[in-house]
Write a protein that binds this ligand. Structure first.
Ligand code: DLL
Length: 432
């Protein structure tokens, strides 16, 4: 279902005219109301009235997470605090959180954009949706919550934690859709099995997953474990939260809400804008946000834009599933390695489970990679020759895909860490 047909199927010419008008608005909003941006724009010689075409966006300086940190907490807000009606924050791995604010209008737009992506995924007002993201400063739970309510679905705000209770409610309430990270959905399916609940006792049909990467192979496993149709959606708190982009029923990329965001792809080393279709770092300009506007924000997420028409009829550009983050990319002995590449190898091997962890160490001057992965069946552990064969097979496949050697450690079933929010797959001990 297309939630907002007029906006989502707008001819591209019209869409671009709207983007230009809104780009001019946001540049002038930033220039007039946020000293940080005025200074940056002045330094670059960009005045609001010098923005005449969409191409002019390339003259605007980038904004980075570091800029948000140095202006902590409210330095990049575009309106006085009394106009801000909600604050969210994302806890960075280091230092202070990234704080973002929303006006009433921003919240209204946010709900609409989330309603669009959940409708695109196939949710309707007949769905009963359990939200397993943690409620709080994280944008995932409240973002999906209000978007699903806007659509008219029945929302069950279960939050994260207490997996058994989640599953009991799922059965008792006749829940039809789950909102969570893919890794939590996978973990929940294990607990489901352990509790002896059969798929046939549930009415589950849809998974609305996001907030972390998930390979196609992992998605397959989740779909089989639950008997559902699973979709991916992308967003980040600095840009709004969920609702930036999401898959339609064809699942051939995530449509970006281009009437609210202008995406670009750059080379993360040189900062140069790349041609459509090339892979690089996603940069986004928000063109309607009042509370926390972002000019050319460097997301660090690696993807590709696809402007080919989509069979669903939406005209908004599609972004590929996130390949990885430029700062999450592991450089091992000079080779770029994305955890998603390793995941896609592991999940094709039947006797190991989808739970894994990557440990990177320094051995003298040499980087070493250890891939720890769980066996699905503990019986293999007693057969030494089988264990060795399996290790060799995984090593060989990893070498073919990554081009480097990795140590493979097979762990007993259910011994590696499980995650209720975003999974942390990489432990980099090189600077420890
Ligand atoms: O994760 C917003 C969100 C919530 C999106 C719920 C979708 C569903 P942050 O906590 O600020 O916001 O984290 C943003 O998470 O830069 C990506 O690296 C990663 N990420 C988000 N969605 C996806 C996805 C929310 N679908 C960061 N695939 C982003 C891969 C994702 N990575």
């Amino acid at each position: 279902m297309i939630y907002n047909k007029q906006a989502e199927t707008m001819p591209r010419k019209e869409l671009e005219a709207l983007q230009l008008e809104r780009l001019k608005w946001v540049v002038s909003h930033c220039y007039e109301n946020i000293p940080f941006y005025r200074e940056r724009l002045d330094q670059a010689g960009v005045t609001p009235d010098s923005i005449r075409s969409l191409k002019d966006i390339e003259r605007i300086p980038f904004t980075t997470k570091e800029d948000i940190r140095t202006t902590y907490p409210y330095g990049l807000f575009g309106v006085p605090l009394k106009k801000i009606v909600r604050i969210h924050a994302s806890s960075g791995t280091t230092g202070k959180p990234t704080v973002v604010g929303y006006t009433k209008q921003d919240l209204d737009n946010w709900s609409e954009l989330v309603a669009r992506i959940v409708a695109a995924a196939g949710a309707t007002e007949d769905d009963v949706v359990q939200i397993a993201f943690g409620y709080g400063l994280f944008t995932g739970a409240l973002g999906l919550h209000y978007g699903l309510e806007r659509l008219g679905a029945t929302v069950v705000p279960t939050s994260s934690g207490n997996t058994e209770k989640h599953l009991m409610l799922m059965r008792d309430f006749g829940t039809t859709a789950l909102v969570s990270t893919p890794s939590y959905a996978l973990y929940m399916s294990e607990v489901l099995r352990d509790m002896g609940i059969k798929k046939s006792e549930l009415k589950m049909r849809l998974g609305l997953f996001g907030s972390e990467g998930c390979t196609e192979e992992m998605r397959d496993q989740i779909e089989k474990a639950w008997g559902i149709f699973a979709t991916d959606n992308y967003g980040m708190s600095e840009l709004m939260g969920p609702g930036v982009s999401g898959e339609c029923q064809y699942r051939v990329g995530m449509h970006i809400a281009e009437d609210h965001f202008i995406p670009e792809i750059i080379d993360s080393q040189t900062g140069k804008t790349l041609e459509p279709g090339q892979q690089g770092e996603l940069v986004i300009t928000t063109i309607t946000k009042e509370g926390f506007p972002m000019l050319r924000y460097r997301t660090k997420d690696i993807t590709r834009l696809n402007y080919e028409p989509c069979p669903c009829g939406r005209t908004h550009v599609r972004m590929d599933k996130i390949k990885g983050r430029s700062d999450d990319m592991l450089k091992i002995r000079g080779v770029n390695v994305f955890p998603s590449q390793i995941e896609s190898v592991l999940v094709t091997i039947p006797s190991v489970g989808p739970h894994y962890q990557l440990i990177v160490r320094k051995d003298g001057y040499m980087d070493t990679l250890e891939v720890q992965v769980e066996l699905t069946d503990a019986a293999v552990l007693v057969k030494y020759s089988e264990l060795e064969r399996l290790q060799q097979e995984i090593r060989h496949k990893l070498r073919t895909v990554l081009g480097i050697d990795a140590k493979v450690t097979l762990a007993e079933p259910k011994t590696l860490q499980r995650f209720q929010g975003k999974a942390q797959r990489v432990v980099d001990l090189r600077n420890a």
